[in-house]
Design a binder for this molecule. Structure first.
Ligand SMILES: O=C[C@H](O)[C@H](O)[C@H](O)COP(=O)(O)O
Length: 247
């Protein structure tokens, strides 16, 4: 659903309308809109922060909030990248395994999002902890540029596997072990010590069937489909050349 830009989003758009649109500006616009509309006005206790390039803009937007709105907030990272980002911005951090109960809200990016707000995540190899945090989010808000919006999820799904099970999972599901992160030869090793296999989406298969197929394969720790069976986005902010919409 394309929204008429409310006043708030129009002002965000005006602020950036002199900058030529790019996917990176899109991430920034969508992040600003998401934070302005969704970051609780009563200072939240616990806020989850996803991983990836969009998150950098989200943290900048959080930093721009009035100090009183965040001074009692503890942020929960989903990777070493987001931990470092939060520390660099002097925000208070804790770890998801120290949390009791739900987080107030979780903000994250995505690689694909469909009209039902199902997402594929894990392009940066961080899907496992992202999901562990997302399932504990009272709200789960996803931010993206327009290149991520798709009519239906497809392509490949990142899947985190135990390294010794990689050969078996490849036989069962197909795909390739992700290789060659900058500065690292051989398989990409995740923050939790797993390998990532990019598994092809079976042509014509629905979200539920695909998610269950991946989850039911021995050796798979977690997959990058975020859907109603575990955690679907409650709200998605997408920016494109025309402005920001949410659905
Ligand atoms: O593993 C990475 C995460 O799932 C990211 O949220 C996702 O890949 C989107 O990344 P970016 O914000 O860099 O487009």
């Amino acid at each position: 659903m394309k929204l008429h830009l409310p006043h708030l989003l129009r002002s965000v758009h005006r602020t950036y309308s002199t900058i030529p649109y790019s996917a990176d500006n899109g991430k920034r616009l969508a992040a600003l809109a998401a934070i302005r509309e969704c970051f609780p006005s009563i200072p939240p206790k616990l806020v989850g922060i996803g991983s990836g390039s969009t998150i950098v803009h989200l943290v900048q937007a959080i930093q721009a909030l009035p100090p009183a709105q965040i001074k009692t907030t503890t942020f929960i990272p989903t990777s070493y990248q987001s931990l470092q980002l939060l520390l660099d911005n002097n925000l208070r951090v804790s770890s998801i395994d120290h949390v009791q109960g739900d987080l107030d809200i979780v903000f994250d990016g995505c690689d694909q999002v469909d009209p039902e707000r199902n997402c594929v995540k894990g392009g940066g190899g961080c899907l496992l902890l992202e999901k562990v945090v997302a399932v504990r989010g009272g709200r789960f808000v996803v931010v993206a540029d327009h290149t991520k919006e798709v009519p239906q999820l497809s392509g490949t799904v990142p899947v985190e596997v135990i390294p010794l099970a990689a050969a078996y999972v490849l036989e069962k599901l197909g795909g390739r072990v992700r290789q060659g992160a900058p500065g690292k030869l051989g398989p990409v090793v995740t923050d939790q010590g797993g390998f990532i296999i990019d598994v092809p989406w079976v042509d014509g298969m629905g979200v539920k069937e695909m998610a269950e197929r991946l989850k039911n394969t021995v050796g798979v720790v977690e997959h990058g489909i975020f859907w109603e069976g575990d955690r679907r986005a409650e709200r998605v902010y997408v920016a494109g050349p025309e402005g920001v919409k949410s659905f």
